[in-house]
Design a protein around this ligand. Structure first.
Ligand SMILES: *Cc1c(COP(=O)(O)O)cnc(C)c1O
Length: 385
């Protein structure tokens, strides 16, 4: 294999990083190592650490190397889902330790923290991380981690990654950033000072709506070892076929994200001028209240658009009338999706918190895919009142 220069552009790294032609045949694509174990030439002397596939699998290792390059990280760590990745990080901590979490985080994360991990004696505070004072107030001597998401789902709140990273460092805690909505093509949290970046690779990284997966990027080797130890001990690893599909997905991440960015902006701008819409929330609109901060830390704005139709009836009517936008949860695939967060992804969030954040039953979320933009706009047009 010719040596890969880490300074190559994002697209070149997407296609080549982490992968080498198969040494036995020259196959250009990393094989799916569908095996549970590896034969050891001598007792307790596995080849290159390959002793059992829960610990290490070559297809997974290729994906980890590829993803690490995209996030400009030293280490990539693959999981069976985004939630398994987040759980593994929290399980590096002990009962009595404290975690600060963005209040508008992915609903499954709130459920994991409040219904599962708090039973083990870990403590959680939920705050609006747009406000640095609120984070400062929530910090305790036993705080070990700040977990943020930016942009958030579905309100597209933005937090200041560099400022929070500095605050975390000053207070001896780690910062974990859920980068699922932006993808590493649009935002690279580790370069802004975060310690851990997490993804549901189910979404943009894989991009084809055919796997569930998670990935973590970290620079600190001790932290990477601790997380790998938890993963080996708890077992949240993907099968090699899923890792292989994700690796195929990341090869086109730069091309797909470019189109998601274009289509997302075009749809948001169209909606902003439509009289049936009360509000459009999209990080790439100058009307977003945090547009200045967004331009500082994101290079593109992705394909996620939220819109307020003002009433539950209008929202439901719209969501059930589109023809190309399919009515489904999830996001980040090549195909466009539509959903009503309050009734679907965020149904388990307490109603008063939903209300406070603006996640009403009139709010619709679009995951704008990479179809032809004229077709998408026409579809929205015919479905709106
Ligand atoms: C989907 C999602 C998750 C959870 O990931 P899974 O792969 O479904 O476990 C976490 N964070 C965000 C922002 C998500 O969209």
């Amino acid at each position: 294999m010719k040596k890969l220069n880490p300074d190559f552009g994002f697209g070149t790294l997407s296609i080549h990083a982490g992968q080498e032609p198969d040494p036995t045949t020259g196959a250009i694509i990393t094989p799916i190592f569908q095996t549970s174990t590896f034969v050891q030439p001598k007792v307790a002397e596995p080849i290159d650490g390959y002793d059992y596939a829960r610990v290490k699998n070559p297809t997974c290792v290729a994906l980890e190397g590829n993803f690490a390059a995209l996030e400009k990280a030293k280490h990539g760590i693959v999981f069976s889902s985004g939630l398994a990745a987040i759980e593994a990080v929290i399980k590096c901590f002990s009962a009595g330790e404290h975690i600060i979490c963005e209040e508008n985080t992915y609903g499954g994360v709130t459920r994991l923290f409040t219904k599962v991990l708090s039973k083990l004696g870990l403590e959680f505070s939920f705050v609006d991380t747009r406000d640095l004072n609120k984070i400062q107030e929530a910090l305790q001597p036993n705080t070990r981690l700040i977990h943020v998401e930016t942009p958030t789902n579905p309100m597209m709140r933005i937090c200041d990654l560099k400022a929070i990273a500095d605050m975390a460092k000053d207070n001896g805690t780690l910062l974990m950033v859920d980068n699922t909505f932006a993808s590493p093509y649009n935002q690279q949290p580790l370069t802004l000072g975060a310690d851990i970046t997490v993804h549901s690779s189910t979404k943009y990284l894989n991009g084809h709506s055919d796997i569930i997966g998670g990935l973590l990027a970290v620079n600190d080797s001790d932290l990477a070892d601790q997380i790998r130890f938890v993963r080996k001990s708890t077992g949240g690893v993907p099968g090699p076929m899923d890792a292989w599909l994700c690796l195929r997905g990341t090869k086109t991440l730069h091309v797909r994200m470019e189109r998601h960015n274009q289509n997302g902006l075009a749809v948001a701008q169209y909606l902003e001028n439509h009289k049936a819409i009360h509000q459009v929330i999209y990080p790439g609109l100058t009307s977003h209240p945090q547009y200045e901060l967004i331009k500082k830390q994101m290079s593109g704005f992705s394909g996620m658009v939220s819109l307020d139709l003002g009433s539950p009836h209008a929202a439901r009517q719209f969501a059930e009338s589109t023809r190309i936008f399919q009515l489904a949860e999830s996001l980040g695939g090549v195909e466009s999706l539509i959903s009503i967060p309050a009734l679907q992804t965020h149904a388990s969030v307490p109603p008063e918190l939903r209300e406070r954040m603006g996640v009403t039953e009139g709010l619709v979320r679009l995951s704008v895919g990479i179809e032809d933009i004229q077709d998408l706009i026409e579809d929205i047009e015919q479905a709106l009142p």
